[in-house]
Write a protein that binds this ligand. Structure first.
Ligand code: ADP
Ligand code: MG
Length: 260
């Protein structure tokens, strides 16, 4: 067993549009230990989402090394990739866009459970779906709601249940609350934190404010123009930022901090 669940070494993501080349991620190395939360902060365009997608093998034009539980992610075959994608999942910013509008919450979970062979019958899938909804703080009655009948926060809970039900042990949450009301943001961040504490989920929280990171992340990396410019325990980086860019980010004080 390797020391860290996720190890990223000298990761590079390059986009090509004709002759133009964009180096979105330029030699990033980081680790996420089992059961820990790594915060990734940086302004828009600093390469956070590119890094996230590259780690989950959702991006072409990637070089470097990504190891998950000791396995080389960028060299996985189809079957290996399918297994990896059950264990490591993305949580997106827009919870509505990632849900099928024609499927009720319970049916959405049941479908995933059946597809992955985790429930022997429809009734068993429905039973498990109800348990997962409860795990993310939704009463079983929500199984009967369509995405448009749910609030943004409830939709994000359904997304989390869908990731967890197939056995996710690592989540990459790319600005998971930036589309939600401030009051709901704290609830979803607290839910993610409690999944870490109760279930040992490791996760990356991608966002742009450092104050939120102090409450939620254990460690933090600060990205600027595709590179990590500062890293360390979240509390320390926030209390004593050494890079001017980190100080700048800190100056943009968020509201959600007060609710956490
Ligand atoms: P962030 O998530 O921090 O806002 P991104 O990873 O989305 O940053 O983007 C990093 C850089 O890569 C930006 O300059 C962006 O314009 C560019 N970029 C992102 N995705 C693509 C793409 N599919 N094709 C070309 N350039 C891209
Ligand atoms: Mg992004």
């Amino acid at each position: 067993m390797s020391a860290s669940l996720l190890e990223v070494e000298n990761l590079r993501v390059t986009y090509r549009a004709g002759r133009r080349k964009v180096e979105a991620v330029r030699g990033v190395s980081l680790e996420v230990a089992r059961g820990r939360c790594l915060g990734v902060v940086g302004e828009s365009g600093s390469g956070k989402s590119s890094l996230a997608r590259a780690i989950l093998a959702l991006e072409d034009g990637v070089s470097g090394r990504v190891a998950f539980d000791g396995r080389e992610v960028l060299k996985l075959d189809r079957a290996g990739l399918a297994a990896f994608r059950r264990r490591a999942q993305m949580v997106f910013q827009d919870p509505l866009g990632s849900l099928n509008p024609r499927l009720k919450a319970g049916a959405a979970l049941a479908e995933v459970l059946r597809v992955h062979g985790l429930a022997a019958s429809g009734a068993e899938a429905a039973r498990q779906a109800a348990v997962w909804l409860e795990t993310v703080g939704l009463d079983a009655a929500y199984a009967g709601r369509f995405p448009h009948e749910l609030s943004g926060g409830q939709r994000q809970r359904v997304n989390l249940a869908r990731a967890l039900c197939v056995g996710a042990e690592f989540l990459v949450a790319d600005e998971p609350v930036s589309a939600l009301d401030v009051s709901v943001q704290a609830q979803i961040l607290n839910l993610l934190k409690s999944l870490q504490e109760r279930r040992g989920i490791a996760w990356m929280l991608i966002g742009h404010d450092l104050a939120v990171m102090r409450h939620v992340a254990d460690d933090v990396v600060v990205m600027k123009a595709g590179e990590i410019v500062e890293r360390g325990p979240a509390a320390e980086v926030l209390a004593r930022p050494t890079h001017p860019y980190t100080r700048e980010l800190l100056a943009a004080a968020p509201n959600v901090e007060k609710a956490l």
